[in-house]
Design a protein around this ligand. Sequence first.
Ligand SMILES: [Zn+2]
Length: 226
Amino acid sequence: MCDSTHRHITDAYTGESPHAAQPDNMVIIPHYPPMAPSCSEATMQYPSLNDYPGEYNFEILLDGTGSGFKAWMYSYELNKVFIDIGKVLPIQVKLLYKHDEPAPPPLFLRATPIYSQDDHRGRPVERCPLHVCRDNEINKGFEAVVKHIVRCTSAHCQYPMDERSGRHTCVTPLSPPQPGADTVTLMYSFVCKTSCLGGMDRRPVLLLLTLENQHGQILGRRSLSK
Ligand SMILES: [Zn+2]
């Protein structure tokens, strides 16, 4: 998506009083990005982990060819991602858009870390005392969302917390693929390790990825183990 368009649209919203007198030639630009759903069934205490392609045939793909100096690795046998703290993991989202629809509705990808063992599954995955500290270098620019383990580099990503379950999630608006592409790539990072003391404490974690509409209705579901 064109950055300059984004900037233009964003700037239209920086005025302090939207109802103040406006010049005649002012163009009313629809709200963008669409408001992300804060909670969904994926943020409940016990969300379903079943793969569900849904009507958009939702798939996620990890392409290891661009990982360069191996900041991350994916094992197909284990369906498991190995990634260093703070490094970026590209996740490709593939959807089957319905061509008879004039425009797809606003769609979002929510990433929710979940403990994969039954004993711990109902507990939110929280950051360790060392890394959650606001002064930690890894939180520079993310002071408002220090409790979130999963981050997305998208400028429009939102970071809600479900107060019922204590789960911190990351919700990113999805745009349609660019011409000639059939996937959209979102960049994620994990700002604690599964070995963090007082945090995940070596408990295995999976990343639940849910395709959702603006109301938090789940339209597709996949997961990745870490
Ligand atoms: Zn940590």
